[in-house]
Design a protein around this ligand. Structure first.
Ligand SMILES: Cc1cc2nc3c(=O)[nH]c(=O)nc-3n(C[C@H](O)[C@H](O)[C@H](O)COP(=O)(O)OP(=O)(O)OC[C@H]3O[C@@H](n4cnc5c(N)ncnc54)[C@H](O)[C@@H]3O)c2cc1C
Ligand code: SF4
Length: 568
């Protein structure tokens, strides 16, 4: 181990671990507030536009027309289950063999190790939580109460929405508060039909256009970021040349860089956080160079851990000292427990025989959304909590490809329009449980000297009951709305494919039952903050990233105020 000299040169105001969705926001906020910030990213450098090699390719310009080879699928049984792992975006995903973990129970862990993390790859759905979501654990008694209220996070949602650019409609629903929206995208005619029928048939079920991080009408703040209008190419996972969708690469990181306060160090695997027993605080981090494997230390007054939920757990569990032998800040022994996720197992497809004089054109990078309606105000089913759902209806073409030569050419040039199809997929809340946990292997290490992670996380009976209810309710809803050929599916996939891992370092008011306080600050190590999914006390049903962004901006604001008061 070679500890380099010049500690002063390796000292910053703040260190941010991970440059993805949450880390990008931490970097931007610290830099905007004049704090010299070191962003440590374990993956390679991916610069907006310069490093999007497939962004302008047509299908015939790709060796396999956008598909994966059989060999790639065989070599990547986990990651190839993810719909976005395709020829055009595969370079942004961690391959199964590169970063192994131990599945005590099967868990599909989908990762993106590069500048921007998974913010390059996400589906950009962005819904706020409501007070009903924050009330969940206290009302139903399945986790510790949240230490914050919707009212406290509301201005921070607006703050991040304004900068990121969120398109949406003001729907006025209790379950899904409206935000600071750019103009909404449009539902297709079959989605509007479903919307109308749901309104007619049910008082509590709403079909709305998804709220998503796309610039439908850029504001001055987006032009300043160098971003432009989304043109509906729907090829976002390749990286968007126009910056039409929000990613750390297109938005927060270049903004932070422009301040002159950010140092981004890629290929830097954070091994652990250094705790100083005398000062009783964290003083820096140990970093393994991804290529040379040399270890270097960096120092700062405040450290933000935003390495994506499971990796944040790994880094904290690996940060052992005599004060914290079981991981940083882990007096409660709960670090790594209560890991939760979303239940995306169930889906439904259907056909609609009308509207044949309408077609779709272009690509809309969005879909309809049905906010949660089960157990919203009170317990009314045989399972706890509820689910939201996606809803999309479109119309495709098909060509008879059974012939050859001239006849095949004519058939391909004159495709026939099919009926309208529609579908929904479930987005269920799962219950954080102490038994759903991640731990470190005692002996096995990865190529960078980090202990291998044991993943002991799975679905339970509550999830099975919820899947059944989704299938029953949505079959009834589609039937009543006149859809035909309804097919339902429980994928029985292992946990993880929702790519919304949460928990392990949960927030709460009581240090005996939680790791972080209401400011995302470690109860026992005041200058360490966790603002990615690891902080989540419960999961609700909404896609989580908008909430991580809001928590991060709010926590940086607090941390900088505390630094100025000399408290950190
Ligand atoms: C296909 C897909 C679709 C999705 N759709 C949605 C959606 O519609 N809406 C939504 O809200 N969310 C969605 N998500 C999830 C979303 O991408 C994540 O919630 C979000 O990126 C999490 O932010 P993060 O900062 O915690 O992690 P990331 O964005 O993954 O960033 C973490 C970064 O930390 C780095 N890192 C990890 N360990 C270390 C270490 N030891 N040292 C240094 N750096 C480290 C990683 O390399 C990575 O760059 C989707 C994800 C995928 C893949
Ligand atoms: S849909 Fe919009 S954001 Fe996505 S790649 Fe196309 S222009 Fe860019």
């Amino acid at each position: 181990m070679n500890i380099l000299n010049n500690a002063e040169k390796r000292t910053y105001g703040a260190i941010v671990i991970g440059s993805g969705m949450a880390g990008g926001w931490a970097a931007k906020e610290f830099c905007d507030k004049g704090i010299k910030t070191l962003v440590l990213e374990r993956g390679r450098k991916v610069t907006h536009n310069e490093d999007y090699p497939t962004t302008l390719l047509s299908p015939w310009e790709m060796e396999h027309r956008g598909q994966l080879t059989k060999q790639e699928i065989d070599e990547n049984p986990i990651i190839s289950k993810c719909y976005a792992f395709r020829e055009d975006a595969k370079h942004f995903f961690v391959k199964d063999a590169e970063h192994p973990y131990i599945q005590d129970k099967p868990f599909d862990w989908i990762r993106g190790y590069q500048t921007g993390g998974k913010s390059l790859l996400w589906a950009r759905q962005t819904q706020r939580w409501s007070q009903l979501d924050f009330d969940g654990p206290a009302r139903d008694g399945f986790a510790v109460p949240w230490p914050i209220t919707y009212k406290e996070i509301d201005p921070w949602y607006s703050y991040v929405e304004h900068f990121a650019g969120i398109s949406g409609n003001k729907d006025g629903l209790d379950s899904l508060p409206d935000g600071d929206f750019l103009p909404p995208m449009e539902l297709t005619c079959v989605e509007k039909h479903f919307q109308k029928e749901m309104k007619r048939l049910y008082a509590d079920r709403h079909v709305i256009i998804g709220r998503c991080a796309h610039l439908t009408e850029p504001r001055d703040i987006h032009i300043q970021q160098g971003r432009g209008t989304c043109l509906g190419r729907n090829l976002c996972q390749r990286g968007c040349p126009y910056g039409g969708y929000f990613s750390a690469n297109s938005s927060t990181l270049p903004w932070a860089a422009k301040t002159g306060n950010m140092t981004l160090r890629t290929d830097s695997v954070v091994h652990s956080i250094i705790y100083d027993e005398q000062k009783q605080k964290a003083v820096g981090v140990r970093v393994v160079d991804a290529h040379t494997k040399e270890m270097v230390e960096y120092y700062a007054k405040v450290i933000f851990v935003t390495a994506a939920a499971i990796n944040t757990n790994l880094i904290l569990l690996n940060s052992k000292s005599s004060r914290f032998p079981n991981g940083l800040g882990n007096d409660s022994g709960l670090l790594g427990t209560h890991v939760a996720f979303h239940n995306y197992r169930a889906s439904l497809s259907a056909e609609y025989e009308g509207y044949l004089d309408y077609k779709t054109a272009g690509g809309r990078p969005n879909s309809g959304y049905i906010p949660r309606f089960r157990n919203l105000y009170k317990q009314e089913t045989n399972f706890l909590r509820g689910y939201a759902a996606g809803m999309s209806g479109g119309r495709g073409t098909h060509s008879d490809q059974s012939s050859v030569g001239e006849s095949l050419k004519n058939s391909l040039l004159n495709p026939k329009w099919s009926n309208w199809y529609a579908g929904s997929h479930m987005m269920g809340e799962t219950i954080p449980k102490e038994s759903n946990k991640v731990t470190l292997d005692a002996t096995k290490k990865d190529a960078w000297g980090m202990p291998l992670l044991h993943m002991d996380v799975s679905y339970d009976n509550n999830d099975d009951l919820m899947v059944k209810d989704f299938i029953d309710q949505f079959t009834e809803m589609y039937e009543k709305a006149g859809f035909k050929n309804i097919k339902t599916r429980d994928s029985h996939a292992p946990a993880g494919l929702d790519i919304h891992e949460m928990g392990g370092v949960r927030m709460g008011s009581d240090p005996k039952t939680s790791l972080l306080n209401k400011w995302n600050q470690m109860h026992h190590v005041k200058n360490v903050f966790v603002t990615d999914g690891a902080c989540m006390t419960s999961t609700s049903t909404q896609n989580p990233s908008l909430t991580y962004m809001a928590f991060t901006a709010r926590a940086v604001d607090y941390a900088v105020k505390e630094m100025k008061k000399g408290n950190l």
